[in-house]
Write a protein that binds this ligand. Sequence first.
Ligand code: ADP
Ligand code: MG
Length: 256
Amino acid sequence: MPNPSNGSPEAFELDHVSKRYDGVMAVDEVSLNFPAGSTTALIGSSGSGKSTLLRLLLGLEWPDQGQVKVDGRPLENGRVLELRRRVGYVIQDGGLFPHLTALGNLALLPHHLGWSRERIRERAEELAALTHLPQGVLQRYPAELSGGQRQRVALMRGLMLNPDALLLDEPLGALDPIVRHELQDELKHIFEQLGKTVIVVTHDIAEAAWFADRIVLMRHGKVVQDGRLEDLRRHPAEPFVTQFVEAQRTLRESSP
Ligand code: ADP
Ligand code: MG
């Protein structure tokens, strides 16, 4: 999301951002920049602050300290609605409304913005092709979809308004390995095709490296290392990095 008015190439910036919940530092003095058009994988164990960090970028949470900037401008309450339209957000279980069909879910925000039925249907069909969602699935309810189909619809919903950025919070976390593998391929292809700013949260280092050259590893709310998988392997910032990387064994290593 380049902003010509101030020349900032950064889509998102966190400047010494902290967020605390009841004594827990969910995000602890984090400073990070996400250049427009870049893809970044955010990894870390459960509870390390990944989801909170995304929510801070979306204005779903507000920092106790520090500043969040979007397109080079401080994020303020008055900008949040505009932001929702320009940033697609996809969560682990998809977050689809169960009482609406897939198309009904996709139509919700565009309809609110005054899009015609025709325009909504056209956009939905375009995205169904992009995400390889089979014909006919758009008329079904979320409970009638497979896990992979639900995540495809959730991704489509995030893309309906053609946002500048896509924030994905463990989008494949709930899927079985085969569907997950297939969707990893497709997502990577989609990221490359669309050229948007992407931040994808995962706790799987192989998935992180598959999606992005840049990996940001978090622990206890802090950024432990920010670099390529090779940097994490060869120049770990602290022993935890090696521990984290090695904790995810390959099949060959773990078989007898
Ligand atoms: P991750 O996504 O890496 O698993 P989270 O950002 O969800 O981590 O959580 C970071 C820490 O903040 C955890 O200790 C979690 O329990 C706490 N936390 C997150 N959201 C809330 C909340 N709404 N209320 C209280 N504690 C929270
Ligand atoms: Mg999380």
